[in-house]
Design a protein around this ligand. Structure first.
Ligand code: URA
Length: 266
């Protein structure tokens, strides 16, 4: 059996378990699923016809949240980044904008397809990612791949995956505000250049950055469709948190269904 077959078998098993616990309904703190999908569809129709327009040129919002100023809000002193994808990646590979450059083995820029419909944004590379130069390759990443497979999404064709920080914080500590400020322009440009149809922020750091709501707990941000400069944005728990707290898996499922619904109604 290939690893993809194994993944799909495991995914099918998870789906059966979900059906067994009657997990077909969606519960959201703030919106019902039909409401969220209706709002997401409204946001899309308000978005510009050309995907070539930069995200910052759009303003449709699908939740009551304030439109984020962009990941790099508050920055300004840093030199402008290149505007082509290859040059942006090259610039990241030799970046020395913050202290994390000193301790890294590899810059972890992205994995997956540059023409992906979905962009997943995590927090920062861990030890495995630092070693390989690829995001989400450890235990949490494998679990994420499995969960995405259950809604028919994979890095091979439909998912582009990256992080708020491109270099590993020592000892896997949390990102520091100045590191996020230095690194987030790369993410901002990645979103602008990849132009995903939908964004999935996993974990508090990505969720707070992309929603622009820095002081709000993740649990209060999930369950609704936000807007990142006109791109529908769903936020959910980090897969590593699910491994620690399996009871949050149900909420993650709900968020994935919301995400899939947005993609299916596109
Ligand atoms: N956790 C993240 O947020 N990103 C990774 O790439 C790996 C673990």
């Amino acid at each position: 059996m290939t690893s993809r077959d194994q993944l799909l078998t495991q995914a099918a098993q998870l789906l059966r378990q979900r059906a067994e616990i009657d997990a077909t309904d969606l519960f959201m703190d703030n919106l019902t699923r039909p409401e969220a999908l209706r709002l997401a569809a409204a946001a899309r129709s308000a978005a510009p016809a050309s995907r070539a327009d930069p995200p910052s040129a759009t303003s449709a919002s699908v939740s009551a949240a304030p439109e984020p100023a962009g990941p790099s809000a508050g920055g300004g002193a840093l030199p402008l980044l290149p505007t082509s994808y290859t040059e942006l990646r090259d610039a990241a590979m030799s970046c020395t904008r913050c202290r994390l450059a000193e301790g890294r083995t590899n810059v972890v820029f992205s994995d997956g397809s540059e023409s992906a419909r979905l962009m997943v944004v995590g927090e920062a590379p861990g030890a495995n990612e630092d070693k390989t130069g690829l995001p989400f390759v450890g235990q949490a990443g494998k679990f994420l791949d499995l969960l995405l497979a259950t809604v028919d999404l994979s890095r091979e064709d439909s998912v582009y995956i990256c992080n708020v920080l491109k270099c590993r914080p020592p000892g896997n500590r949390n990102p520091m505000p100045d590191e996020i400020e230095s690194c987030s322009p790369y993410l901002e440009k990645q979103i602008e250049l990849v132009q995903p149809e939908v964004l999935l922020a996993v974990g508090t750091f990505a969720a707070q950055l992309l929603t622009g709501r820095q002081k709000i707990a993740l649990g209060k941000l999930r369950g609704e469709v936000h807007s990142y400069h006109g791109v529908p944005l769903v936020v959910t728990y980090h897969p590593a948190a699910l491994l620690r707290n399996p009871k949050w898996t149900r909420a993650f499922w709900d968020d994935l269904q919301l995400l899939r619904g947005i993609m299916d109604s596109a």
